[in-house]
Design a protein around this ligand. Sequence first.
Ligand SMILES: CC(C)(COP(=O)(O)OP(=O)(O)OC[C@H]1O[C@@H](n2cnc3c(N)ncnc32)[C@H](O)[C@@H]1OP(=O)(O)O)[C@@H](O)C(=O)NCCC(=O)NCCS
Length: 157
Amino acid sequence: MIIRTAKIKDLPAVLKLDLMLKKDQNRYNKKYFALAGEKSLVKETKKFLKGKLNSKKSRIFIAEANGKIIGICMAELEKRPPIFKYRNNGFIESVYVLPVFRGKGIGTLLLKSAIKWLKKNKMSFITLAVHEQNIPAINAYKKSGFVNFFNKMLKVL
Ligand SMILES: CC(C)(COP(=O)(O)OP(=O)(O)OC[C@H]1O[C@@H](n2cnc3c(N)ncnc32)[C@H](O)[C@@H]1OP(=O)(O)O)[C@@H](O)C(=O)NCCC(=O)NCCS
């Protein structure tokens, strides 16, 4: 198993896993998370990921075993408004490992690569969002050094 940076040729495999992630997250809140499988979502996600793969401000890390992509993790560089003391904000999203490969340290290795890249790019800190009921992900993030920081609230209209 290796961790490497995704290239544009990896787009179909990355898209597949990202859509699986969306389907997975949908169970936490059916109104908030998109419903994977809808044609427009597939098209839009493909365009979104293509933009990320071509951007210098983002990087998608992938875990590959025997030529098959089994995990993904996206890292982004953000410049925040002057109101914040630390303006270089690293952001992590789209962390997903195929179910049969979970619990073997792959998520942790993907996060390690993302954190290393964000640090190298002089980010002051890293933020990410995780649903409060997603215990495996919360534990994985805590293991990689993340702490609870903000209580994000939601009101459905
Ligand atoms: C979150 C996720 C990426 C973790 O990947 P993983 O490869 O299984 O993670 P690791 O094997 O590196 O585990 C790291 C830590 O996470 C925690 N963890 C992993 N699976 C867990 C589970 N089923 N229940 C509780 N904690 C769990 C453990 O603390 C573990 O450390 P340990 O092995 O020393 O006990 C994976 O569960 C996943 O793809 N989930 C679905 C997608 C998702 O929710 N992504 C996050 C969106 S914000």
